[in-house]
Design a protein around this ligand. Sequence first.
Ligand SMILES: NC(=O)c1ccc[n+]([C@@H]2O[C@H](COP(=O)([O-])OP(=O)(O)OC[C@H]3O[C@@H](n4cnc5c(N)ncnc54)[C@H](OP(=O)(O)O)[C@@H]3O)[C@@H](O)[C@H]2O)c1
Length: 329
Amino acid sequence: MPISTSAVSGHTVCVTGAGGFIASWLVKLLLQKGYTVRGTVRNADDQKNAHLKELEGAKERLSLFSADLLDFDSLKAAITGCDGVFHTASPVTDDPEKVEQAIIGTKNVMAAAAEAKVRRVVFTSSIGTVYMNPNRSPDAVVDESCWSDLEFCKNTKNWYCYAKTIAEQTAWEVAKEQGVDLVVVNPMLVLGPLLQAGVNASVVHIMKYLTGSAKTYVNAVQGYVDVKDVAKAHVLVYETPSASGRYICVESMLHRGELVEILTKFFPEYPIPTKCSDEVNPKKKPYKYTVEKLKSLGMEFTPIKQCIYETVKSLQEKGHLPLPSQFQH
Ligand SMILES: NC(=O)c1ccc[n+]([C@@H]2O[C@H](COP(=O)([O-])OP(=O)(O)OC[C@H]3O[C@@H](n4cnc5c(N)ncnc54)[C@H](OP(=O)(O)O)[C@@H]3O)[C@@H](O)[C@H]2O)c1
């Protein structure tokens, strides 16, 4: 049975990288549910974290800790005394120089959580640790038993998937060695409204189709999930005692052609590309996957069309995207 609302009062959890896109929604949800939250950010005084202080319940139950993923002591200070940890902080980039931060950071968080004897750690991994395998048969169903091929990630210079795969493997190793109860969420690409002031990497995925910077779309498929659902999934696996292992988290998969079609229907005024950059090869098909494990815990997803609509509205409201009336064709 999930923890009831009354049971979370006085329950303290740490969220690493609290100012980020997903983590901000997670902090918001945890505060709404009555948790006391310690959020780690690189610099607690930085204006970019101001949105966290405005969240309902933040004044009473949110404290921000300055911590870098490479600084064990700073993480330990935030985690010691917590009942649980949500480890979301990670560079979201293909910059090979940032690989170490993702891996060492996860090792540090897991070690601090082990020392603090927390009840459970929920690690925000990625589908990138699951599906990157060129040897998988086209008929195979991608589920939680699949792991990305590190050589393939390296050869294709997909340093984000490479780093996340080693980081998740490291988390499992430390969990086993030090007896930490670890549960992992593996989201596909996350969209949805922004709480933070800046634009995060995954939202650029659709923003580029509205600004005129992408003249064509690629012949590729991608799975999508709403940011509020990703936050919900984290809390669900934290609160459900029987939850264990990894959980793929996705609402649906679209070809890029379908994505631009949805954008065009909702926002016809923007210069959305109508042509695929690949006019030679057959249209890429989605790979088979299952999200039944997460659904079996009671998870329900926001339809992706609604999520796409809300993402664009949010980009407009935050001033990241000119309103159609202001757009110079
Ligand atoms: N968005 C997606 O599509 C998606 C999909 C699957 C998994 N994920 C995972 O979800 C997590 C959150 O991603 P997001 O999309 O919310 O991206 P985000 O907004 O960029 O959040 C990442 C957070 O990590 C922090 N961080 C990075 N390096 C750090 C370091 N060395 N020390 C301390 N903090 C550091 C960032 O702080 P700064 O702002 O100071 O750099 C930021 O707050 C990541 O683990 C990512 O791999 C994301």
